[in-house]
Design a protein. Structure first.
Lengths: 143, 189
């Protein structure tokens, strides 16, 4: 009886380890600075990965992305309407152009699919500092 | 006052506060009275967002302009979001913004979904690629500015939304909300 219980427990542990090690989704993903934290995006910030702008931008690797998303906090401060003084552009880029939408407002979430920006194919997801002080953002893209 | 009465009073106050909070953050009215009169069509199912952080199940189409659908959306917790997408695929917005504190407000009468484009690596000058967005009641038009302050384009607002098919070439550095008399109500930056 003890052997059976031990065997069942062992199988359960192996299954749990396999399940935890497997990505939650089969789709590709990119996050900055991580998938659960915020980073400061200012004029000198760079992922040093050949983004459109050599500084003041973070970007993903090339992929056929489904969308790019971003959350922005009130750093360094919000007014009554949750506006900050840091302006960022979020969207996509390729070898020919960079496209996106501006925001200076603290947002829970903003999303844009490549087609919304008139883009398709292999793209980099990007978030770019455009003006004001650094913004505290969490950016990501799913493919 | 008995403990029972105190508890009841506390529950009533908490319920009232919660209700007020929900009302002012629903997106049609904010704490300073700014609002969107356009509530759109019937509630429709929203699909295809693939977002765990912003679970949006339902929304309303506020308008269809120039082949684009403009939506008022609602998060699972009741917080307001707004979206735009292809009018040929109603119910599937391709872009969503969930602004903190809701929208609109007196100090924030525009929620701009316009798309900008840059083709130079050495200059952060961006031109318009597409114009669309949402505007609070009282906003009659949206102005887009050149770096020198000149107005490059004025887009009328109708039904709390604005949209334009053709955009001017050249850099754009800001936008403003104006009323019927042409008075600037708000400007960014």
């Amino acid at each position: 009886m003890n052997r059976i219980v031990f065997f069942v427990l062992a199988c359960a542990c192996v299954a749990a380890v396999v399940a935890l090690a497997r990505p939650a989704s089969a789709s590709a993903g990119w996050c900055w600075p991580s998938c659960s934290g915020y980073g400061y995006l200012g004029p000198s910030t760079s992922t040093n990965t050949g983004c459109w702008f050599s500084s003041g931008e973070v970007c993903s690797y090339y992929n056929t992305w489904f969308n790019v998303g971003m959350a922005k906090t009130c750093y360094p401060g919000c007014d009554w309407n949750y506006n900050t003084t840091g302006v960022v552009l979020y969207g996509f880029e390729n070898h020919d152009r960079i496209r996106g939408r501006f925001t200076s407002k603290a947002s829970f979430t903003v999303y844009a699919q490549p087609g919304e920006l008139g883009m398709s194919g292999m793209l980099r997801a990007q978030v770019t500092w455009y003006g004001g002080p650094a913004s505290q953002v969490n950016a990501g893209a799913i493919g | 006052m008995s403990t029972r009465v105190k508890v009841m009073a506390a529950l009533v106050l908490a319920g009232a506060a919660l209700g007020a909070g929900v009302l002012v953050t629903r997106g049609d009215a904010t704490r300073d009275g700014a609002q969107l009169s356009n509530h759109g069509g019937p509630s429709i199912a929203i699909r295809g967002l693939r977002s765990k952080l912003a679970p949006i199940k339902t929304g309303n189409v506020l308008a269809v302009r120039h082949g684009r659908a403009l939506y008022r959306l609602t998060l699972g917790n009741g917080a307001p979001c707004f979206g735009v997408g292809q009018a040929t695929d109603i119910g599937s917005p391709g872009s969503v913004i969930c602004p903190r504190g809701g929208f609109p407000s007196g100090g924030d009468p525009l929620l701009d979904f316009s798309v900008y484009e840059g083709t130079r690596h050495d200059l952060r000058e961006l031109a318009l690629f597409r114009i669309e967005g949402f505007a609070a009641d009282g906003v009659a038009a949206v102005e887009f500015f050149r770096p020198n302050g000149d107005v490059a384009l004025t887009v009328p607002v109708s039904g709390n939304v604005y949209s334009a098919t053709s955009v001017p070439k050249g850099p754009i550095t800001g936008l403003a909300a104006v009323d019927r008399q042409g008075k600037r109500l708000w400007r960014s930056p």
